[in-house]
Design a protein around this ligand. Structure first.
Ligand code: XIL
Length: 547
């Protein structure tokens, strides 16, 4: 499969190991490409579909391009001087190949580009764009004509990297030369592809070392963790209260690209993964009827391989919906919602233990009222019952939750929410539980555990389970305040029989990205592990509860 294979022994000191092969050249399509979103393998190559993967703003506007990347599969490590060549066929519209030196950070309101080079062919024009991590827009955009366009729709695109420069050729003709801007300084190369309006076919993808240099081909889907921490939160929780789950929200990028993250996230601390964004509608069905479950499938696979559950998030939400959903006439929304639920829950049947079927049904401003989003406008309150009914039909064994924030305190929001759940239960709607998001973003959000405990007991009284689903705690008031909040809420949940799990909305501050009110992208220090993947004080406090 690879030429001149020197060694197959991973020389990786990290406890996370993957199948690694050191080569001077390789036919990369022999590797793992099953998890590349919006594509499928056929005839020895890969068809790249126009999935139009895009990321919208919280209000549904915009559409930042989010082209697919082969994160959970074949990529290169230890590459210095190299040449990568892609054979493209059936190109009738815009087609692109992108080489990433660093993976972007992908959230559902933004994608933070780090280091990559994108080569796009449209007709007889080549466009080269370079992102170097300093800005969200490419720092270089260049165009070149492709002379004698070759056979219609067939091109070989080659990029070589040596002596600080990048040279791009099409059909063997050198067209552009750029300084490398340290894009590949880490030695990693991930591959991504895009199609705008029509599919195209990647018939071959090869890499070779230049100037005698070798590199490793790696398959991220084979990653395994040597020894789960014996004092991991989930390990301890299972001893203290069998069946209780400690979870965390996760994204695929850090899980595949950062072994120190992988070790914490999948190494015994957590018993469940909540895909932070990968199961939201714009990621799973970016175009009507074209399902792109691959990124979520990758997280599910990682969870399974490490004996963790998956908490599905989320099916019906005001946010994270692709443009086509928002453009549907109201009369088609029920059909679209039910189809989406049946196909999504059906796809993950038996693999996802629970679903946030309805997320954030209450309004941000009219705090105690149902949110008047597209689903409510089309169906009124009945969208909730319809959504739960469809989910139950698609997987009778998954636990079905309604997930909300701001339910930790007393007041009309909670009263009306509880009345709604009571009503749904009386109507026989298959709702199993309520997720309390428990975000503590500022001092005013601080949770009074006596109040929250009473709310959980009120649910228990009507036969409904509870869970803490998204807890994170601001750090402005220092680690003592932060860790005390974590401690108190965890402790209370563990002691309430109907509180079945506690989940935090991230693992490490290294990936604590969020969009601020002014639109800027910031990082915070809200999580249990700091930016160096060392445990914060809160971890010690949670462990002490569990010991
Ligand atoms: C957040 C994600 O963490 C971000 O990455 C994304 O940009 C926006 O959504 N309540 C929810 C989650 O139910 O889906 C939200 O997740 C956080 C608030």
């Amino acid at each position: 499969m690879f030429w001149r294979s020197h060694t197959t022994t991973p020389k990786n000191p990290s406890p996370v190991t993957m199948q690694t092969t050191t080569v001077t050249s390789g036919d990369l399509l022999d590797g793992q490409w099953a998890y590349l979103p919006g594509s499928y393998r056929e005839n020895g190559g890969i068809t790249i579909k126009p999935a139009n993967l895009a990321i919208v703003e919280q209000d549904g506007s915009g559409g930042q391009s989010n082209p697919a990347i082969n994160e959970y599969g074949t990529y290169l490590k230890g590459a210095s001087d190299f040449e990568v060549s892609a054979s493209m066929q059936k190109v009738t519209d815009t087609a692109s190949v992108q080489l990433y030196g660093q993976l972007p950070v992908i959230a559902d309101e933004f994608r933070v580009e780090r280091k990559s080079v994108q080569l796009t062919i449209t007709g007889n024009t080549l466009a080269v764009r370079i992102w170097d991590g300093s800005s969200q827009s490419p720092v270089v955009t260049r165009y070149a004509d492709i002379p004698n366009g070759g056979t219609a729709g067939e091109h070989q695109v080659t990029i070589s990297h040596q002596r600080g420069s990048l040279q791009i050729s099409v059909d063997q003709q050198p067209l552009l030369n750029e300084t490398d801007r340290a894009i590949f300084g880490d030695g990693n190369i991930w591959f991504g592809f895009g199609a705008e309006k029509s599919p195209w076919f990647l018939s071959k993808l090869t890499a070779r070392g230049l100037n005698g240099k070798t590199f490793q081909t790696v398959d991220a889907s084979t990653a395994s963790i040597a020894s789960p921490a014996a004092d991991g939160l989930q390990q301890l929780a299972t001893k203290k209260r069998p069946g209780f789950t400690v979870g965390a929200a996760m994204a695929l990028g850090p899980a595949v690209a950062d072994p120190s993250y992988t070790q914490v996230a999948f190494g015994g601390q957590f018993g469940a993964v909540t895909p932070e964004n990968a199961m939201k509608w714009q990621f799973t069905e970016p175009v009507r009827g074209l399902y792109t479950f691959q990124e979520a499938d990758a997280l599910v696979s990682l969870a399974e391989r490490n004996h963790m559950k998956v908490q599905g998030h989320t099916l019906v939400f005001a946010e994270g919906n692709p443009a086509w959903v928002r453009q549907l006439p109201a009369s088609e929304l029920e059909r679209a919602m039910v189809d989406h639920i049946k196909i999504t829950v059906g796809h993950f049947k038996g693999k996802v233990a629970s679903w946030d079927v309805v997320n954030e049904p209450f309004d941000d401003d009219e705090w105690d009222q149902l949110r008047p989003h597209i689903w409510y406008q089309a169906m009124g309150e009945s969208y909730i019952a319809k959504a739960f009914t469809a989910a139950r039909e698609a997987d009778p064994n998954a636990l079905l939750f309604m997930n909300e924030y701001g339910l930790e305190e007393d007041g009309d929001r909670w009263n009306n929410f509880l009345a709604l759940v009571t009503r749904l239960k009386q109507q026989g709607v298959p709702i199993d539980g309520v997720g309390f998001q428990a975000h503590v973003y500022e001092a005013g959000d601080k949770i009074d555990t006596a109040v929250l405990q009473r709310h959980m007991q009120q649910l228990a009284a009507i036969g409904v389970k509870a869970r803490i689903s998204e807890m994170d705690v601001y750090s402005d008031d220092g680690p003592a305040v932060q860790s005390q909040q974590y401690h108190d809420v965890f402790n209370m949940c563990l002691s309430e029989p109907n509180c079945i799990s506690w989940t935090t909305w991230g693992v490490s501050d290294k990936y604590d990205y969020f969009k601020d009110d002014d639109g800027s992208i910031q990082t915070g220090e809200d999580f249990l592990w700091n930016a160096k993947l060392q445990p914060n004080q809160a971890v010690t406090m949670l462990q002490s509860i569990l010991r």
